[in-house]
Design a protein around this ligand. Sequence first.
Ligand SMILES: [Zn+2]
Ligand SMILES: [Zn+2]
Length: 286
Amino acid sequence: MDFARHLTSLRGQFVQLAVWFAFLLIVFAPLERIFGRRKQRIFRRFFLADLVYYFLNGIVPRLLMILPLTVLSAGLHRLTPLAFYSCMAALPLWFRLVLALLANEIGGYWGHRWSHEIPFLWRFHAVHHSAEELDWLITAKAHPVDIFFTHFCATVPLYIFGLAQPFATRVDSVPMAVAILSTYWAYFVHAYVSWRFGALERLVATPAFHHWHHTNDGPEVLNKNFSAMFPWVDHCFGTLYLPEAWPGKYGSDAAVAPDLAGQLLDPLTPAASRIEPPALNNSAIR
Ligand SMILES: [Zn+2]
Ligand SMILES: [Zn+2]
């Protein structure tokens, strides 16, 4: 009985993801065609593998989050006075949303940065950086453990500051809005559209900002632009790099398997310890 219910719920998630996929394709395929920096096919190399990643990452990371978030929230409820949560809940919705976006961004920034700096995490994150062509669908090309870790880091501050209520009986609108906004902003910043927004680019992440995160143009420009939505967070932590030009080439020198099965399984094996993180260069280039 329980199995049948889980199967129905899984089917529901697949349908939901398929609808979102159709929406993303309808939005981004024409945008990239019209405003693309160069000609790139929609059904390019590895499109099918990235489609598998899309569905996999729509389901697996959420499952991986259940246990650690339950433990975290149970711990926080023991340690934090109830009055604090009531106080946070009494704040205006827009203010809670702004706080949640900031908390999510700073947690996500460090989760992403650690994924570059800590060899054990880089072996998973290297899959995302193995893409040598960028488009909107590359957002989904990532190891589920990598997505889980960064999302977990982004979510922890929301729980600590009472901006997400894990045991809420009704829909928790603030974390849901943050999740939807940050997820779909990620598709935008991966798209290979050539729009530039001048000074605004230092406030809100654009494709150029995130494309520089994917560059493989030399060690001095690696490990920059870790933020998901707000480049000024990178500025605060000394990792912003946003010149007028676009990167010459994308990808990384990490030894990542070319096939989907290898990319998913290799990071789980001891042999993955030979996947070195990109050379760290902490000097802030501006
Ligand atoms: Zn990265
Ligand atoms: Zn990316």
